[in-house]
Design a protein around this ligand. Structure first.
Ligand code: EPU
Length: 425
């Protein structure tokens, strides 16, 4: 297993390019199942989660290939869904990535049925998929749980439009039902829909495929079913979570980092908090620069659905707040178990008290390097940030978690002057 060895204390500076967004590329890959021709996804990041979903699609019989590797490892994934013969996602693959559930809506919409392994809980929370299933049922599907698999069958071979009101904002739930509705008979109204930029990007891609969708980015998405969708080529939006992580790497080390390709309009909540914390933020179309010279001001953060502060940046921001000049309250409202980085940060000298979904962080002048255990994707990133700012050496174990969602993070950080290397344990 690979580990990161980080020699802390270097001030990061320079320019780095953001990758395509994992959480935008995954739904686009699933959406390819709806098409009558090949779908090309340009700028897909080279990540384990992307290849896992590629394997899920391959298992169904789709032809999945990576074509035309561009600069910075950016490449195009080409999926031909015309050879799909099995509407099934097996346990072995789903267990490693719950986003595989995104194939459910497209499969039922296009093939009238789907059988996918029910994702179990994961490190950050129970993460049920009841909202996905409720929506499909309202659209006329029958669902059953058999031997750990959810089996879904569209009534009369095709889903029917319905009004679905989500009990909570769910990103992949909204994406799944939006995809399912594109080929349904009649009109579907999704209310209390998620507003995330990745949901909007998916709506735009589906529209380019011929879908009739409006209202993305608001509470109410309306989808009028069409008989068929065509293949397209679509560019993946920049990864706002990776961009935020890189900017925080600049801020935590008192550095000056520009992330090229980032879309500041999708990062408002994080950029606002960075500015409140005393960092200077320069946002321009297609790039964001963050520079910090003075002390880190402790600020409070509460995660919430977009446009609120993203849960996927909570752990990284908490690492930053560990070096703040006062008290910071970090509240996690999306997932019930997303504080696993706290115990590891404490091992570096951080002072954090947790009560329920709230962490009180008392800033300390320095953190000290230590061997650390990564527990999930974003928690791993927070440990890397802490290691970059700490005195001495930090080892981050189990970085396979990090590799699920960050493309060669060590290379990007090294290019900014970080002393970080990947070694075999
Ligand atoms: N929820 C339910 N029932 C459902 C669906 C969701 O109770 O049927 C709950 C969840 O348990 C959670 C809340 O609703 O408490 C929100 O979950 P959501 O469905 O929005 O999460 P997700 O769609 O499974 C996506 C991202 C996550 C990101 C969350 C929140 C993808 C592939 N994943 O997950 O990304 O944290 O939205 O923004 O888009 C990551 O990249 O590290 C990651 C975990």
């Amino acid at each position: 297993m690979d580990i990161f060895v980080i020699q802390g204390g270097s001030r990061l500076s320079g320019t780095v390019r953001v990758s395509g967004a994992k959480n935008a590329a995954l739904p686009l890959m699933a959406a390819s199942l709806l098409a009558d021709g090949p779908v090309e996804i340009a700028g897909a990041p080279r990540l384990r989660d992307i290849s896992t979903l590629g394997k899920v699609l391959g298992h169904m019989g789709a032809t999945v290939e990576r074509v035309g590797e561009g600069e910075n490892g950016r490449e195009t994934v080409r999926i031909d869904p015309q050879t799909v013969e099995r509407a099934e996602a097996p346990y072995d693959l789903v267990k490693t990535m719950r986003a595989s559930v995104l194939v459910l809506g497209p499969l039922v919409a296009r093939h009238g049925k789907a059988r996918i392994s029910l994702p179990g809980g994961c490190a950050i929370g129970a993460r049920p998929i009841d909202q996905h299933l409720k929506g499909l049922e309202l659209m006329g599907a029958k669902t059953a749980l058999l031997e750990g698999y959810v089996e879904v069958e569209a009534g009369a071979g095709r889903l029917s439009g319905a009004t679905v009101c989500f009990d909570m904002k769910t990103v992949t739930g909204t994406e799944n039902l939006m995809m399912a509705a594109t080929l349904a008979r009649g009109t579907t109204v999704l209310s209390n829909a998620a507003h995330e930029p990745e949901v909007c990007a998916l709506a735009r891609a589906l529209r380019a495929m011929g879908a009739d969708i409006e209202g993305e980015g608001t509470d109410k998405i309306v989808v009028r079913g069409v008989p068929a969708l065509r293949g397209i080529r679509h560019e993946v939006m920049p990864d706002r979570i990776e961009a935020s992580t890189l900017l925080l790497a600049g801020a935590i080390t008192g550095g000056d980092v520009t992330v090229e390709g980032a879309d500041p309009s999708a990062m408002d909540a994080v950029l606002t908090k960075l500015a409140e914390s005393g960092a200077e933020v320069f946002a321009a179309p297609g790039s964001v620069r963050v520079r910090r010279e003075g002390p880190i001001r402790s600020v409070n953060v509460e995660t919430s659905p977009y446009p609120g502060f993203p849960t996927d940046v909570q752990a990284q921001f908490m690492a930053y707040m560990c070096l703040g000049d006062g008290f910071s309250i970090v509240r996690e409202t999306i997932f019930e178990n997303r504080f696993m980085h706290v115990a590891e940060l404490r091992r570096m000298g951080a002072r954090i008290d947790v009560s329920g979904n709230t962490a009180a962080v008392k800033g300390v002048p320095t953190l000290s390097g230590a061997p650390l255990m990564a527990t999930d994707l974003r928690a791993s990133a927070s440990l890397v940030l802490a290691g970059l700012a700490a005195k001495g050496a930090t080892e981050v174990l189990r970085i396979y978690h990090l590799d699920r969602g960050y493309e060669a993070l060590e290379n990007k950080l090294s290019s900014l002057g970080a002393r970080i290397s990947r070694v075999k344990e």
